[in-house]
Design a binder for this molecule. Structure first.
Ligand SMILES: *Cc1c(COP(=O)(O)O)cnc(C)c1O
Length: 501
């Protein structure tokens, strides 16, 4: 296997393993090497006006063009990607991204326009955004949408600012300081509430995996801003008493926020606006495709009921009576901008393309297939692992490796062993309410053979945990890297290369 060399993290004394798989560009640097073949380019440099000439040396590695290409190709070949295999990461909706989305996003009329161009010159882009606003509002059963937030967490933050503005308008903001969040919520929910200066009240789940209605009612009061609810929740379960939940919050004068990061079970099946939510954000980079992970890019449009529309960030895209599109004026009650320009436009183009190519029926089929795939996998795995809440699941489900843990292999070990089986591991240790959680979301894009192969791999790992847990603990043996020091990586992140001293 590959040699791993040890490095010392500066100032920490902690030793981390750094891979010697692929030398750094600085390590293959050789003074005088270059990738440029243009004769006379020195003369071209002389054409640059003096004030724009670079004075300092950039200290960049000097290498040939093929060296650069091979370096990055080697790195890419070490990656696991949805283009190379199934990606069962629960709560992330790692579906296959149709290549046509990228082709459309790369069209010059989309990729090469500038946000400061006049509205008259970017009618196509404005029309796309206008229609996407409408499509998303319709699909979620809401009245209006903003495309500005750059991601899910950013949309949560935006929604809470909108809630604050709504309560302010009613003269109610000073005493409403508390946001209610279920114990199954994604970590960004309480974080967004805290960023808005609110305190967070956590409400537990009941024995069927729903938000506990009695605890919710006990937590409600006239100091509550609202409830942040994910449905299907992060256990992959549909909230069974959703109407009562929403009614209880509304009766206390609060608002119900829907975390629709993963809409993959609901497209064309159920509309959050009909279920009692006042708003919902959508991670278009999850549900509506777009390669994501490793920090972006994304977009988190926020769809709201009419009563919240006046407070949405601006500019939003409007259509004039003559059929032309423009950036609308800022209404007096808007919370203002939350992002420069319009958000991540390329991601919006991909989402629009995805929706238009599938059409309403195709979207509903995607959701139904996603639900079917998840239940199909759950049925194959229920004997080998503990099932957290034994109900039909939506687009994802949560297993527990508690049994395996007692045998000597934790959820993390199971995840690492799956790497040797050729699969990306599922989400582990989330949601927090399930011990040794393994959260699996197959998505609608995997064929049955792949689902069967993944289930067989999970079953094999469970068998090994029973008969030879030490081998599961030792995994992965067939990956480019063995176990990484995850604690040091989190505690002492080194986010840029530093020249060794
Ligand atoms: C992914 C996710 C988020 C956060 O979305 P980002 O785009 O990563 O900020 C919030 N809630 C749930 C349920 C999610 O799955």
């Amino acid at each position: 296997m590959t040699a791993i060399r040890t490095q010392v993290v500066p100032d920490s004394g902690v030793k981390t393993a750094a891979p010697a798989l692929e030398p750094l560009l600085s390590e293959i640097h050789e003074a005088g090497r270059a990738g440029r073949h243009v004769r006379g380019s020195e003369d071209a440099d002389a054409l640059i006006p003096n004030e724009f000439r670079r004075r300092a040396s950039l200290d960049l590695p000097e290498i040939t063009e093929p060296q650069v290409v091979r370096h990055f190709t080697h790195l890419a070949q070490l990656n696991y990607a949805v283009d190379t295999g199934m990606y069962p990461l629960g709560s992330c909706t790692m579906k296959y991204n149709p290549k046509v989305n990228d082709r459309i996003a790369a069209l010059a009329g989309f990729a090469e326009i500038h946000p400061r161009q006049d509205d008259d010159t970017i009618q196509g882009a404005l029309r796309l955004m206008f229609e996407l606003q409408e499509l998303l509002a319709k699909l979620t059963g809401m009245d209006a949408a903003t495309l500005q937030p750059a991601a899910g967490a950013h949309a949560e933050f935006t929604a809470l600012l909108v809630f604050k503005a709504y309560h302010s308008k009613r003269g109610d903001a000073a005493r409403r300081r508390r946001v209610i969040v279920p114990d199954t919520a994604h970590g960004t929910n309480p974080a967004s509430a805290a960023m808005c200066g609110y305190t967070v009240t956590t409400v537990k789940s009941d024995s069927r995996g729903n938000i506990d209605l009695a605890s919710l009612k006990a937590a409600l009061g006239d100091d509550v801003v609202g409830l942040m609810l994910t449905n299907p929740n992060t256990l992959g379960l549909f909230e069974e008493r959703l109407r009562e939940v929403c009614d209880a919050v509304h009766n206390a004068g609060g608002l119900v926020y829907g975390d629709g990061a993963n809409m993959n079970a609901l497209l064309g099946v159920a509309r959050p606006g009909d279920l009692g939510f006042d708003c919902i954000h959508i991670n278009v980079h999850k549900t509506f495709s777009t390669p994501h992970g490793a920090g972006g890019p994304g977009a988190g449009p926020l769809c709201v009921k009419a009563k919240l529309e006046p407070f949405l960030p601006h500019p939003r895209i409007t259509r004039d009576t003559d059929g032309s599109y423009r950036r609308g004026p800022t209404p007096p009650d808007s919370i203002g901008r939350v992002r420069s320009f319009f958000g991540n436009f390329g991601v919006l183009v991909r989402a629009y393309t995805y929706m238009r190519t599938l059409g309403e029926e195709g979207l509903a089929e995607a959701s139904n297939d996603a639900i079917l795939a998840a239940n199909y996998l759950l049925a194959q795995l229920r004997d080998s692992y503990d099932v957290a809440f034994d109900r039909p699941c939506m687009h994802e489900f949560v297993l527990s490796a508690s049994r395996q843990r007692k045998q000597g292999a934790s959820a993390l070990d199971v995840a690492k062993a799956l790497i040797d089986e050729g699969f990306h591991p599922p989400t582990v240790y989330f949601p927090l309410v399930v011990p040794e959680a393994l959260m699996i979301e197959p998505t609608e894009t995997e064929p049955r053979e792949t689902l069967d192969a993944f289930a067989a791999a999970m079953v094999r790992v469970a068998e090994r945990a029973k008969t030879d847990p030490a081998s599961v603990k030792a995994a992965p043996l067939h990956a480019p890297l063995a176990r990484l020091d995850e604690v040091s990586a989190a505690r002492y992140p080194r986010l840029r290369w530093q020249r060794p001293t």
